[in-house]
Design a protein around this ligand. Structure first.
Ligand code: FES
Ligand SMILES: [Fe+2]
Length: 502
């Protein structure tokens, strides 16, 4: 009577032994303490101190374009309130959400008299964190001169409000196209992700996933692709990106370190369906420190997308769309994106709670995921599916993860450098003498074996035709690859030294 149970026990024990043997730490596995170092960004954590050396996107400008311009902000685990002053030129303040008196919630405060006034006892705080009034005190009280509330410097640029949460003087916003382009050539939007920021970033530096996660079984008219990722044609051709991604699922990936992060090249030699392999699809994307990527939306529009931690288990992506040739049709771009989210939190309509409105029928016949045509939803499900904070000590990397390994190495080194009192290598201290660092993405088809020259010529032509980028010489000063000599990183995805700090 006991034998089945005993047999079961023996079998499961054997399986457990086999599993344990299989689970000998793989060479490229990450130590748990390194995973924590990369994923924890709250105040006082090593990762948090590193990230606080950079400007962080904290709200879209449109969030303050309301009758009462006050919004709560949670960023890097800190609860703050952002407001645009009604007096004195509309200065923007980012201050502690808790009142300095006895902790009431200032996001519900009164916007008046040159600041934000607490509803509890009327204390008034200016955008710089100074206390302007303590009305319940005797008239001769000097208490207000002794009170300050935590506040951070803010800048508004191209539809996004940025904050500097670090100590000391903030650097300039770096000389990236998304900051330099005239406002009418840009569009900004954001979206919520129910997971740690690093998962969200890593999907953006993983060129292979686009052939699977974003696969469409049918190609649409590429003329109807405005504002949509992967729906247009590759530069200089009428070949839909969807067809190339679907048919060529093993890209050759090359990555190189740059002064801002990484350049990542994915090459797909076109040798199917009667094509002779003399042409190669070239997709060039970038990682921009600390948590950004720059990718092509179309041949003339780039997306720079920042993945800022709300806290350790949730994040926002902030996308800056930058057009080289024409002003952006912001109304169309915004309407397309509003379809998939709810305001005021920019939370996706498809989410964990409704199983992303998954459709089996669609998965069998139209898309790889069964999650509709919005690729942001595909990415969202992929990264939220890894858990709230993905445990990288349990993964098994493949060669297509080489840029992710390089990013983790660079970030771990930067975190250690900041912990030791230094500046991270990738902190761009740009001043006016650097006109633009790009980075310049590309999705096009060029001659096999000559992608660097093809890229150089293509981007030179595109920029020459641009009303705002044609005079920016610095963009190409360090060569089209963004690094002198274009040194390609070794693939360390199977390496025992995957996460050493060199
Ligand atoms: S708690 Fe804000 S004024 Fe008293
Ligand atoms: Fe993706």
């Amino acid at each position: 009577m006991n034998s089945p149970a005993k047999g079961t026990f023996v079998a499961s024990n054997a399986a457990k032994v086999a599993f344990t043997a299989h689970r000998q730490p793989m060479e490229s596995e990450m130590r748990a303490e390194d995973n924590r170092k990369l994923t924890e960004t709250g105040p006082g954590t090593p990762g948090g101190e590193w990230m606080r050396r950079y400007w962080q996107p904290v709200a879209l400008s449109e969030e303050l374009e309301t009758e009462r311009s006050v919004v709560p902000v949670r960023v890097l685990g800190e609860d703050l309130v952002l407001f645009r002053n009604q007096d004195g030129g509309g200065a923007i303040g980012l201050i502690d959400r808790r009142c300095a008196h006895r902790g009431a919630d200032l996001s519900l405060g009164r916007l008046e008299d040159g600041g934000l006034r607490c509803y509890f006892h009327g204390w008034l705080f200016g955008p710089d964190g100074s206390c302007l009034d303590v009305p319940a005190e005797p008239e001769d009280s000097i208490l207000k001169y002794k009170v300050w509330i935590r506040s951070y410097p803010v800048r508004e640029c191209n539809g996004i409000i940025w904050a500097y949460l670090g100590s000391g003087e903030p650097p300039n916003l770096p000389a990236l196209d998304c900051f330099i382009a005239p406002e009418q050539y840009t569009f900004a939007f954001k979206g919520y992700l129910d997971c740690n920021w690093l998962q969200a970033l890593e999907v953006g530096i993983d060129p292979a996933h686009a052939s699977y996660l974003h696969r469409f079984e049918q190609d649409e008219d590429t003329e109807d692709s405005y504002g949509k990722q992967f729906r247009g044609a590759s530069l200089g051709t009428n070949m839909p990106m969807t067809k190339i991604l679907r048919e060529y699922g093993r890209p050759e990936i090359l990555n190189a370190r740059t002064e801002y992060g990484q350049r990542i090249v994915a090459l797909r030699k076109l040798d199917k369906d009667g094509l002779d392999g003399s042409s190669t699809h070239v997709r060039i994307t970038h990682q921009v420190f600390p948590h950004g990527i720059t990718i092509p939306l179309s041949s003339t529009m780039a997306i720079t997308q920042w993945h800022v931690p709300i806290d350790d288990v949730s994040s926002y992506w902030y996308a800056m769309f930058t057009s080289l040739d024409e002003p952006v049709d912001k109304a169309t771009m915004r309407a397309q994106r509003l379809e998939g989210i709810t305001l005021p939190d920019y939370k996706p309509i498809r989410n964990r709670a409704n199983n992303y409105q998954f459709s089996y029928e669609e998965q069998r016949t139209q898309t790889y995921t069964g999650l509709g045509k919005d690729i942001n939803v595909h990415d969202q499900m992929a990264v939220e599916g890894q858990g709230y904070i993905y445990d990288r000590s349990r993964e098994r990397l493949s060669r297509s993860d080489r840029a992710i390994v390089t990013y983790r190495r660079m970030a771990l080194k930067a975190i250690d450098t900041v912990a030791a009192g230094g500046d991270p290598d990738e902190l761009l201290m740009d001043t006016a003498d650097v006109e633009s660092r790009g980075p310049i993405p590309l999705d096009g088809i060029g001659p096999t074996g000559d992608w660097e020259n093809y890229w150089a010529q293509s981007i030179a032509d595109l920029r020459k035709a641009s009303p705002w980028a044609s005079e920016l010489e610095a963009a190409l000063r360090t060569g089209p690859a963004g690094v002198p000599g274009a040194e390609i990183e070794p693939d360390r995805s199977q390496s025992p030294d995957a996460y050493d700090r060199s």
